[in-house]
Design a protein around this ligand. Structure first.
Ligand SMILES: [Zn+2]
Length: 258
């Protein structure tokens, strides 16, 4: 029964995502001569801090870490999620903390008002724990979009990241950012250098997302050496590696090009 419910749930998300993407209006120009790459981490397992953040820092780069309050400090079979101290550590080291909802439910399952309250709850928790005063950027749990909540999300956040594998190029709608997932199998994750080659050839904004960075990763993460391969490849290809907030600053002309 639960298998059936899961399949129905996945199918519903697929249909809603397809509809959502078909109605996205990309009206904000992306004008950049420099290829921009962002590395983002959802849920934030502890290895995204101990390995993920550390690898980025070795290359002088910073990432965006989308936190979901209800997951923080929890231990799952194959991963432990960072607690408030881990999150403060990320922020202290200069990484961006983003919002990933509090309850970590698919956005379309909540009314726009329910989603707004859930997001406020996450924001209050992040502020109370002195992690970040106000998260500027958002990532949809399970990359499941909610067309009904679009106006609310646009008022609340600078950007919302979903998936829809691809590069943000020429124009974007910041509340429907495309991204490329770094996940298993490892050979697949290693081959994602092709996306870096692509954005280096024709500049735009390539956003990666992943979860744990571990020697024995879950299906939704990769090994440390694979993340390092992607980061070093981006640097070698002349990409600017920026957290989402800084990439938006650059694309909106609020930061001078390096
Ligand atoms: Zn998530």
């Amino acid at each position: 029964m639960s298998g059936f419910t899961d399949r129905l749930d996945t199918l519903a998300s697929r249909v809603i995502n397809k509809y959502s993407w078909s109605t996205v209006r990309k009206s904000q120009a992306i004008a950049t001569d420099v290829p921009i790459v962002s590395f983002t981490f959802d849920d934030v397992p502890d290895t995204a801090l101990t390995n993920g953040a550390a690898i980025l820092e070795r290359y002088g780069a910073l990432g965006t870490f989308y936190l979901s309050g209800s997951l923080m400090g929890t231990k799952e079979t194959y991963r432990n999620i960072i607690d408030a101290e881990g999150a403060r550590e990320l922020a202290r080291r200069g990484h961006e903390i983003g919002c990933h909802t509090y309850a970590h439910r698919k956005a379309w399952k909540l009314s726009p008002g329910g989603l707004r309250r859930d997001i406020e709850k996450n924001g209050a928790m992040l502020a109370r724990e002195q992690i970040v005063d106000r998260a500027e950027n958002f990532a949809f749990p399970y990359n499941a979009m909610s067309p009904l909540a679009r106006a609310m999300l646009r008022r609340r956040f600078r950007s919302c990241r979903a998936a829809n594998e691809g590069i943000n190029r020429n124009a974007m709608d910041p509340i429907a950012l495309q991204a490329v997932e770094i996940r298993q199998p490892e050979d697949h994750a290693r081959s994602l250098t092709r996306w870096i080659d692509d954005v280096a050839q024709t500049p735009g904004w390539l956003i990666f997302f992943t979860h744990d960075i571990a020697d024995f990763p879950t299906p939704y993460g990769c090994k440390p050496e694979t993340l390092e391969r992607l980061v070093s490849h981006a640097v070698a290809k002349g990409c600017q590696i920026l957290p989402v907030c800084a990439a938006l600053d650059r694309l909106e002309g609020k930061a001078e090009a390096a």
